[in-house]
Design a protein. Sequence first.
Length: 205
Amino acid sequence: MIPIDENFLSNLNLASNKPQFIQSGQVYDSTYGIYGSFQTNDEGNILEINLSIINYKGILELEFDNDFASNCTLIHQENGVYVLFLTTQLRASVSRKTTPTACVCLDNSLEGFKDIGPDDSIYLVVERKLAPIWGYETKNPFKNGVFDNEFFYRDGNRYLPRAVKTIPDNAYFSDLRVVNPDSPAEILGFKPGFKCRNSTLFVLR
Protein backbone atom coordinates (compact mmCIF):
# COMPACT_ATOMS: atom_id res chain seq x y z
CA MET A 1 0.00 0.00 0.00
CA ILE A 2 1.28 3.46 -0.90
CA PRO A 3 0.97 5.81 2.11
CA ILE A 4 -1.10 8.95 1.52
CA ASP A 5 -0.68 11.97 3.79
CA GLU A 6 -3.90 13.92 3.35
CA ASN A 7 -2.65 16.73 5.59
CA PHE A 8 -0.17 18.00 3.00
CA LEU A 9 -1.54 17.94 -0.54
CA SER A 10 -1.38 19.81 -3.81
CA ASN A 11 -3.94 19.47 -6.58
CA LEU A 12 -3.65 18.16 -10.13
CA ASN A 13 -6.41 19.29 -12.49
CA LEU A 14 -6.91 16.86 -15.38
CA ALA A 15 -9.24 19.34 -17.07
CA SER A 16 -6.12 21.30 -18.04
CA ASN A 17 -3.47 20.01 -20.43
CA LYS A 18 -0.95 22.69 -19.44
CA PRO A 19 2.19 21.68 -17.49
CA GLN A 20 1.36 21.55 -13.76
CA PHE A 21 3.74 21.42 -10.82
CA ILE A 22 3.97 17.86 -9.44
CA GLN A 23 7.27 17.50 -7.52
CA SER A 24 10.29 19.44 -6.28
CA GLY A 25 13.44 18.81 -4.32
CA GLN A 26 17.09 19.62 -3.86
CA VAL A 27 20.12 17.53 -4.80
CA TYR A 28 23.70 18.65 -5.41
CA ASP A 29 22.57 21.88 -3.68
CA SER A 30 20.45 22.52 -6.77
CA THR A 31 16.73 23.24 -6.39
CA TYR A 32 14.39 22.03 -9.14
CA GLY A 33 10.71 21.61 -9.96
CA ILE A 34 9.10 18.90 -12.11
CA TYR A 35 6.00 19.72 -14.15
CA GLY A 36 3.60 17.30 -15.80
CA SER A 37 1.27 17.74 -18.76
CA PHE A 38 -1.61 15.22 -18.77
CA GLN A 39 -3.47 14.54 -22.01
CA THR A 40 -6.92 12.90 -21.69
CA ASN A 41 -9.62 11.86 -24.16
CA ASP A 42 -13.38 12.51 -24.10
CA GLU A 43 -13.94 9.34 -22.06
CA GLY A 44 -11.67 10.65 -19.30
CA ASN A 45 -8.82 8.22 -19.86
CA ILE A 46 -5.22 9.41 -19.64
CA LEU A 47 -3.54 9.09 -23.03
CA GLU A 48 -0.17 10.71 -22.45
CA ILE A 49 1.94 12.27 -19.71
CA ASN A 50 4.83 14.57 -20.57
CA LEU A 51 7.33 15.80 -17.98
CA SER A 52 9.52 18.88 -17.97
CA ILE A 53 11.94 20.25 -15.38
CA ILE A 54 12.97 23.74 -14.28
CA ASN A 55 16.16 24.35 -12.27
CA TYR A 56 15.83 27.32 -9.93
CA LYS A 57 19.07 27.38 -7.92
CA GLY A 58 22.41 25.62 -7.95
CA ILE A 59 25.48 24.97 -10.07
CA LEU A 60 24.54 21.62 -11.61
CA GLU A 61 21.61 21.37 -14.03
CA LEU A 62 19.29 18.45 -13.26
CA GLU A 63 17.46 16.73 -16.12
CA PHE A 64 15.77 13.40 -16.84
CA ASP A 65 18.05 10.37 -17.12
CA ASN A 66 18.07 8.94 -20.66
CA ASP A 67 18.83 5.48 -19.27
CA PHE A 68 15.57 5.37 -17.26
CA ALA A 69 12.03 5.07 -18.67
CA SER A 70 9.65 7.23 -16.63
CA ASN A 71 6.52 5.19 -15.93
CA CYS A 72 3.06 5.41 -14.37
CA THR A 73 0.83 2.71 -12.85
CA LEU A 74 -2.74 2.88 -11.53
CA ILE A 75 -3.13 1.14 -8.16
CA HIS A 76 -6.47 0.42 -6.47
CA GLN A 77 -5.89 0.52 -2.74
CA GLU A 78 -9.07 0.25 -0.65
CA ASN A 79 -12.21 2.17 0.33
CA GLY A 80 -12.49 3.79 -3.08
CA VAL A 81 -8.93 5.16 -3.13
CA TYR A 82 -6.85 4.99 -6.31
CA VAL A 83 -3.23 6.02 -6.74
CA LEU A 84 -1.45 7.06 -9.91
CA PHE A 85 2.13 6.08 -9.05
CA LEU A 86 4.56 7.95 -11.33
CA THR A 87 8.27 7.23 -11.18
CA THR A 88 11.00 9.21 -12.89
CA GLN A 89 14.76 9.54 -12.52
CA LEU A 90 16.97 12.62 -12.60
CA ARG A 91 20.65 12.97 -13.36
CA ALA A 92 23.08 15.89 -13.58
CA SER A 93 23.26 17.12 -17.16
CA VAL A 94 27.09 17.22 -17.17
CA SER A 95 26.87 13.47 -17.81
CA ARG A 96 25.54 14.31 -21.30
CA LYS A 97 23.04 11.48 -20.89
CA THR A 98 20.02 13.59 -19.97
CA THR A 99 17.15 15.54 -21.51
CA PRO A 100 15.00 18.40 -20.10
CA THR A 101 11.76 16.59 -21.03
CA ALA A 102 10.47 13.03 -20.72
CA CYS A 103 7.46 11.09 -22.02
CA VAL A 104 5.98 8.74 -19.42
CA CYS A 105 5.29 5.10 -20.26
CA LEU A 106 1.72 4.24 -19.23
CA ASP A 107 1.08 0.86 -17.63
CA ASN A 108 -1.82 -1.25 -18.95
CA SER A 109 -3.57 -0.62 -15.64
CA LEU A 110 -4.32 2.96 -16.74
CA GLU A 111 -6.81 1.64 -19.29
CA GLY A 112 -9.26 1.37 -16.39
CA PHE A 113 -8.83 4.97 -15.25
CA LYS A 114 -12.02 6.06 -17.05
CA ASP A 115 -14.05 3.53 -15.05
CA ILE A 116 -13.23 5.02 -11.65
CA GLY A 117 -16.42 6.19 -9.95
CA PRO A 118 -17.17 9.89 -9.37
CA ASP A 119 -17.16 9.41 -5.59
CA ASP A 120 -13.78 7.63 -5.56
CA SER A 121 -10.61 9.50 -4.57
CA ILE A 122 -7.60 9.62 -6.88
CA TYR A 123 -4.11 10.65 -5.82
CA LEU A 124 -0.94 11.15 -7.82
CA VAL A 125 2.21 10.03 -6.02
CA VAL A 126 5.44 11.07 -7.73
CA GLU A 127 8.63 9.24 -6.85
CA ARG A 128 11.83 10.92 -7.95
CA LYS A 129 14.88 8.69 -8.24
CA LEU A 130 18.43 9.97 -8.73
CA ALA A 131 21.16 8.40 -10.87
CA PRO A 132 24.89 8.89 -10.17
CA ILE A 133 26.41 11.45 -12.52
CA TRP A 134 28.93 9.05 -13.99
CA GLY A 135 26.85 5.87 -13.80
CA TYR A 136 26.16 3.15 -11.27
CA GLU A 137 29.18 1.08 -12.26
CA THR A 138 31.82 3.78 -11.84
CA LYS A 139 34.54 3.44 -9.23
CA ASN A 140 35.82 6.95 -9.88
CA PRO A 141 33.19 9.58 -9.04
CA PHE A 142 35.47 12.43 -10.18
CA LYS A 143 35.45 13.18 -13.89
CA ASN A 144 35.70 16.28 -16.08
CA GLY A 145 36.23 18.39 -12.97
CA VAL A 146 32.94 17.32 -11.37
CA PHE A 147 32.73 15.21 -8.19
CA ASP A 148 29.54 13.26 -7.44
CA ASN A 149 29.00 14.25 -3.80
CA GLU A 150 25.48 12.77 -3.63
CA PHE A 151 26.83 9.23 -3.94
CA PHE A 152 30.38 9.56 -2.57
CA TYR A 153 32.29 11.18 0.28
CA ARG A 154 35.64 12.76 -0.55
CA ASP A 155 38.80 13.32 1.46
CA GLY A 156 41.61 14.31 -0.85
CA ASN A 157 42.29 11.43 -3.22
CA ARG A 158 40.18 9.04 -1.14
CA TYR A 159 36.63 8.33 -2.22
CA LEU A 160 34.09 6.50 -0.09
CA PRO A 161 30.62 5.51 -1.37
CA ARG A 162 27.71 7.01 0.53
CA ALA A 163 25.28 4.32 1.64
CA VAL A 164 21.78 5.16 0.46
CA LYS A 165 19.14 3.91 2.88
CA THR A 166 15.50 3.98 1.81
CA ILE A 167 12.94 4.33 4.58
CA PRO A 168 10.42 1.44 4.46
CA ASP A 169 6.80 2.39 3.87
CA ASN A 170 5.77 1.26 7.36
CA ALA A 171 7.89 4.09 8.77
CA TYR A 172 5.19 6.52 7.66
CA PHE A 173 2.69 4.98 10.03
CA SER A 174 4.92 5.61 13.04
CA ASP A 175 5.58 8.76 15.07
CA LEU A 176 9.14 7.66 15.89
CA ARG A 177 11.78 10.37 15.59
CA VAL A 178 15.18 8.87 16.31
CA VAL A 179 18.69 10.24 15.89
CA ASN A 180 20.80 7.57 17.54
CA PRO A 181 22.34 5.45 14.73
CA ASP A 182 22.76 2.50 17.12
CA SER A 183 19.15 2.39 18.25
CA PRO A 184 16.97 -0.57 17.17
CA ALA A 185 14.64 1.75 15.28
CA GLU A 186 17.50 3.20 13.24
CA ILE A 187 18.84 -0.25 12.42
CA LEU A 188 15.40 -1.30 11.18
CA GLY A 189 15.39 1.53 8.68
CA PHE A 190 13.82 4.51 10.47
CA LYS A 191 16.56 6.86 9.33
CA PRO A 192 17.09 9.64 6.78
CA GLY A 193 16.94 8.50 3.20
CA PHE A 194 15.68 9.50 -0.23
CA LYS A 195 11.98 9.46 0.70
CA CYS A 196 11.85 13.26 0.62
CA ARG A 197 11.86 12.81 -3.15
CA ASN A 198 8.15 11.90 -3.07
CA SER A 199 5.15 14.18 -3.47
CA THR A 200 1.38 13.58 -3.22
CA LEU A 201 -1.33 15.40 -5.17
CA PHE A 202 -5.12 15.09 -5.16
CA VAL A 203 -6.44 14.55 -8.69
CA LEU A 204 -9.34 16.69 -9.87
CA ARG A 205 -11.41 15.57 -12.87
